[in-house]
Every structure is written in C-alpha cells, then in structure tokens.
Write a protein that binds this ligand. Structure first.
Ligand SMILES: NC(=O)c1ccc[n+]([C@@H]2O[C@H](COP(=O)([O-])OP(=O)(O)OC[C@H]3O[C@@H](n4cnc5c(N)ncnc54)[C@H](O)[C@@H]3O)[C@@H](O)[C@H]2O)c1
Length: 261
C-alpha cells in the first residue's frame, strides 16, 4: 500500500510528531522502503506505542515549539541517524475554533508556535545537515486550509498559509544547493480525529452523524475523505530521485476540495 522506490533505501529521515496519524504513516512508509527513520513527539505514551509496534523505528521526545527541545532533537539526529537526507515537518495542532472576535490570544499564539515556529526551529537546524545529504529535501505539512479560507478556524488557516510562504522562500534559498523544499496540503483525512470532529459537530447541531459526515465528504470533488496512506505516498514520492526537480510546490492531496466549512 505504500509507494516503494529503491532511491529511498538507506535514507536518513526525521519526522516530527511521528507517533500518530499522518506522521506515523509517513514513518512507516519510509521504513518499508528501507530508510532509517527517527520520529519525535511530545506524547511519551504515543512514542512508546509506536516503538512497540515498529521496533525498527528510532524515537525521541521533543516539543517542536521549544528551542531547547529542538536542539536536543538534533543531537538525537546526529547520534541516532548520523546525518539527514529528509526532514518532514509534520507537527501541527488544530488550534481554536470560533469567529475572530472570540479567539483567545494564547490559543492563537500556541497555534502559530507549533505550526509555524516549530517548522522554522527544525528547518534552521536541519539545513546544515541536509547540505551534506543525498538528494536532500524538506517536506512541510500545510493543509487545504493553506490555500483556502476556513471560517471559524482562522488561526489554523493563517498558520498553514504561512507554511506555504515559508516553503516557497526556502525552496528559492536552497535551490542552488540542490536541496528541495515542498509543502503537502492534505484535505480532510479519515481517521479517529475527523470522526470525533464530525460526531461533536453533529451533537452540537442536533443532527445525524451520517449527515454531517456526508457534508464533509462532499467538500471534495471526489466525494470522499483522503487517507493517511495517500498523504504518506506523496511524502515518499517527493523524496525519491524521480522528484529530483520538484521543489517549491504545493502538493495538494484532497480529492479537489474547493471550499472548507
Ligand atoms: N488530519 C487531517 O485531516 C489534516 C488535514 C490537513 C493537514 N493536516 C496536518 O498534518 C499534520 C499531522 O496531522 P495529524 O492529523 O496526523 O495529527 P494527529 O493529531 O493525528 O497527530 C499529531 C501528533 O502531533 C503531536 N504533537 C502535537 N504538538 C506537538 C509538538 N509541539 N511537538 C511535537 N509533537 C507534537 C501529538 O502528540 C500527536 O502525536 C499536521 O500538521 C496537520 O495540521 C492534517
């Protein structure tokens, strides 16, 4: 189910927030192609379960929004991977829900700290290592909300548009050195998180869960949610030699979603 490509074998890969969801799927995909993968996460229990399920996975605890923690993370990269070929900036939080006049500053700041500053802190330490890597690249997780408006989720949308600007700027800075930088923009991904969001929305509106689920699915032209494997496969492809001239791109995986609500 994961893309297999010989050029991924032996790659040294760091995935942030890799103990769950999309990050874990990306890590598994790389492992299946013979890459060496280190994941970090803030959630120690999730890290333990991921290591138990995938014993080849290297793991460490880190909060990407904290400068000291990111510095310790890159000590682990040096000690455990001995270099870096692929940096996947996956960590991201949903942020607050509400119209702009009701959002709290601390929640706004926290969203930007994890989703944007976290990518900056990791990129800053990844680049000197990627410079010594092979077909080195960085992949930054944005969202369909990184090129569309998202009413009620302005903090999240602002953070994910920022990821796209950050990505395109780094692609231009690092292009001359052969380091590629791309963003992945997933649509709504099927899984426990979205199912909980749908159930909560249905309850708050007094509507049937199946109706609200259909509404989410109909946001894409293909009438369905995407999966973590769809997103992982895009990350894998973007890291192969076949993608050696793909950089600065918004790699959208959303069944063609034109509106978020
Ligand atoms: N799931 C979706 O529908 C969807 C859609 C578009 C974009 N995305 C983006 O994809 C990325 C992954 O999303 P997901 O749905 O797999 O997430 P998830 O909620 O399933 O998992 C997120 C992981 O991030 C970890 N984490 C949270 N804050 C952290 C921090 N400060 N430092 C390190 N780890 C931290 C959590 O412990 C958790 O293990 C995010 O950037 C998200 O915004 C997700």
């Amino acid at each position: 189910m994961f893309l297999k490509d010989p050029s991924l074998a032996g790659k040294r890969v760091l995935v942030t927030a890799g103990a769950n969801g999309i990050g874990l799927a990306i890590a598994r995909g790389f492992l299946e192609s013979g890459a060496r993968v280190l994941v970090c996460d803030v959630d120690a229990r999730a890290i333990d379960s991921a290591r138990e399920a995938y014993p080849q996975l290297m793991t460490t605890i880190a909060d990407v929004s904290d400068e000291g923690s990111v510095s310790a993370l890159f000590d682990a990269v040096d000690a455990q991977l001995g270099g870096l070929d692929v940096m996947v900036n996956n960590a991201g939080i949903a942020g607050p829900t509400g119209t702009v006049e009701n959002l709290r500053l601390d929640e706004w700041n926290r969203t930007l700290a994890v989703n944007v500053t976290g990518q900056f802190l990791c990129a800053r330490l990844a680049v000197p290592r990627l410079r010594k890597g092979t077909n080195a690249s960085m992949i930054n997780l944005s969202s369909a909300a990184g090129h569309l408006g998202f009413p009620g989720r302005s903090a999240y949308a602002a953070s994910k548009w920022a990821v796209v600007g950050f990505t395109k700027s780094l692609a231009i800075e690092l292009g001359p050195e052969g380091i590629r930088v791309n963003a992945i923009l997933p649509g709504a991904v099927d899984g426990p998180r979205i199912r909980a969001v749908i159930a909560a929305k249905a309850e708050s509106l007094g509507r049937a869960v199946a109706d609200v689920a259909r509404e989410y699915e109909s946001q894409s032209a293909m009438g369905c949610l995407v999966t973590v494997v769809d997103i992982a496969n895009m990350a894998l492809f973007a890291s192969t030699d076949c993608a050696r001239h793909i950089t600065g791109q918004e790699l959208v995986v959303d069944g063609y979603t034109q509106k978020l609500s």
